[in-house]
Design a protein around this ligand. Sequence first.
Ligand SMILES: [Zn+2]
Length: 274
Amino acid sequence: MNNWTTIRISAFTLILLLCFTGCSDANKKQTEPPKPYIILKLDDLKFEDGLVHPGWDQVVSYLNEKAVIGTIGLIGESLEEGDSTYFDWIKARDQEGYEIWHHGYCHCKRMRDEKEVREYKGEPFGAQQTSLLRTHHLAKEKLGITLRSFGAPYNSTDECTPPALEKISDIKVWMYKETTAPTDKFELNRIKAVNIEYPVHVPDFEQFKAGYDAFRTEPVLVIQGHPRSWVEDLNRWEEFKKIIDFLLQKQVTFITPYEYYLMEMGKTSIKNVP
Ligand SMILES: [Zn+2]
């Protein structure tokens, strides 16, 4: 065999090898199931009996142990009552990468003319704007945190909510927008079939898994839960842990609403945003 023949055979082998590797990579990519981004929308942080509810501590410890990032829906009124330990707890979570988001001021509802009125459903524009601004300013003043995302108490809003929110340009994201009135905020929608809790307050792994399998081609899944409701019942806690472990097995990426927004906007760093 002369040198030229050897070179030609070697080149041919190399091409075959490259093609084989390339093709198998392409096949692998095609057969890999799609993976959505996951946002853990955890609701209802408040100051209770002089402390953070043990449910929050337990959830945060577990998520930190697993290196999973979550988000915390802050009820603004709690910042009027809370002490420095409470504020430091929230600031520590912020430092760890959790997103602290706007979950209303009072999280309250009342009856007016025999009709139930909620904080952002049925209240006039002015009242909604005042409530939104109070939480936003309290977070800046007491925590030094600029809230970037909003999710309404009970996910209840009406046509007055978008113009009231528009007044807070710092807020970029609206999770679980319910009203059909248009908004200037980036929307992260609710898919009711895929969630942590079925019904609300009760984590259920099997139902979550069915929802996940049905909607895993979505770019992002925002799943809601209430950590305060999970610690009294061991079964609820175990079901939550199963959901997190399943998602870790699937190697999904956990992300916060604001980080997702920044990614979508093509921005890589919070520092780049005005
Ligand atoms: Zn809530």
